[in-house]
Design a protein around this ligand. Structure first.
Ligand code: RFL
Ligand code: PHB
Length: 389
């Protein structure tokens, strides 16, 4: 097989890149090691920056998002028993869209099918070769047969545990990492959200987040120990703990119901530099991970795709390498700003084991400053709605 761009990974970054390329007449093949249903079964991000919304529009997959997504103009920072609204729209003139990653992925998969662009699911043992030369290629096994895709470029959209970053010689790549001493225990349940906007709660017992997927489906999280197990958390225990971390008026309004998904995610900041190695580009989680507190992971994947798509389009339409040459630097500039914001919001909102009551007081003082200073609230809002591309 031959294609212009071989895309490893059928998550949001691979699918969005594929869709933009297909619409621009640049042929591409996606290979993923798991099935379509497995990908659609993963519960992940929930908040889209307006730049991501615009990119989905450009990709022609925005109709259901505009019909079913929930535009949000603000969110609450809860601490000291009270709610303090960050008015995103008043502070920045922008809003965010609450629309699940699962739905974004489904819309992109459906559009890809309609366009007739090829995706190979359940491709085993994907390997990438010769990306430091002019003729890179990809191999994979399917039903016991080895296949080869010759291409001009490889887009490594295969997430943190993928093969792309690992195929780069160690001496060519520098990584930066911070692992946080706690995780997030999350549940999904068909119950109305406790508030119509998101609540990020700082509480002496630990962080809590009230989010949603729709007006009838809630996504709630609590900070938990790193080595905790989902089996330790009955729904009843989860709701009791979640309730204790919310301001009283929300706690009283909380409606409970059986969860149908419950999982624990560790929190990590990670960046690999550079994001281009010859004819291989790293995109999204394959190059960087952020803790979920600022809702940036999926949005960073989208901005990487924006820079790479434009670079590839210039290359194929105008024979210019300027855009692909600038990809790594442009993407990393934005990546580090989101890494900083996610780290700072994580540091502000969580209980850290080694900082004790002093740390709690410092956080409360920073939060108090934040809500009373227009400059500080604006800086937070500007980062939350997303910095320009
Ligand atoms: P993905 O979504 O991980 O997709 C990678 C795809 O590559 C495939 N793959 C391979 N294919 C072939 N060969 C291999 N060797 C392969 N190895 C892997 C995988 O099967 C998969 O289909 O990366 P992508 O596309 O870069 O997208 C990034 C986003 O998924 C990610 O940033 C966000 O989900 C992060 N994230 C969140 N981001 C937010 O903005 N807001 C959130 O609320 C939020 N919550 C989360 C999250 C990530 C989580 N993870 C990763 C555990 C919650 C969780 C639990
Ligand atoms: C979610 O809805 O899953 C979500 C929302 C906001 C975050 C993280 C996760 O910061």
């Amino acid at each position: 097989m031959r294609t212009k761009v071989a895309i490893i990974g059928s998550g949001p970054s691979g699918l969005l890149l594929g869709q933009l390329l297909t619409r621009a007449g640049i042929d591409n093949i996606i290979v993923d090691r798991v099935s379509r249903d497995y990908i659609l079964g993963r519960v992940r991000a929930g908040v889209l920056e307006w730049g991501t919304v615009g990119l989905l529009e450009q990709a022609g997959v925005a109709a259901r998002m505009f019909a079913e997504g929930l535009p949000h103009d603000g969110y609450s920072l809860a601490f000291d028993g009270r709610d303090h609204r960050i008015d995103l729209f008043a502070l920045t003139g922008k809003r965010v869209m609450v629309y699940g990653q699962t739905e974004v992925t489904r819309d992109l998969m459906d559009a890809r099918e309609v366009a007739g662009a090829p995706t190979v699911y359940e491709a085993n043992h994907v390997q990438i070769f010769d990306f430091d030369g002019a003729k890179p290629y990809v191999t994979y096994e399917k039903d016991g047969v080895t296949h080869r895709i010759d291409c001009d470029f490889i887009a490594g959209c295969d997430g943190f545990h993928g093969v792309s970053r690992k195929s780069v010689p160690e001496k060519s790549i520098k990584t930066f990492e911070k692992v946080y001493p706690f995780g997030w225990l999350g549940i999904l349940a068909d119950i109305p959200p406790v508030s119509h906007e998101l609540i990020y709660a700082n509480h002496p017992r630990g962080f809590a987040l009230s989010s949603m997927r729709s007006e009838t489906r809630s996504r709630y999280y609590i900070q938990c120990e790193l080595d905790d197990k989902v089996e330790n958390w009955s729904d009843e225990r989860f709701f009791d703990e979640f309730r204790r971390r919310l301001p009283a008026h929300h706690a009283e309004a909380l409606v409970v119901g059986p969860s149908f998904e419950k999982s624990i995610a560790p929190l990590r900041s990670f960046v690999a530099e550079p994001m281009r190695f010859g004819r291989l580009f790293l995109v999204g989680d394959s190059a960087h991970i952020v803790p979920p507190t600022g809702a940036k992971g999926l949005n960073l994947a989208a901005s990487d795709v924006y820079y790479l798509f434009n670079g590839l389009q210039e290359y194929f339409a105008e024979k210019s390498e300027a855009g692909i040459d600038a990809y790594s630097e442009r993407a990393l500039g934005r990546v580090w700003k989101s890494v900083r914001f996610s780290w700072s919001m994580t540091t502000l909102m969580h209980r850290f084991p080694d900082t004790g009551d002093f740390g709690q007081k410092i956080q409360e003082s920073e939060l108090d400053y934040l809500i009373h200073s227009k400059a500080a609230s604006t800086a937070m809002a500007e980062n939350y709605v997303g910095l320009p591309y």
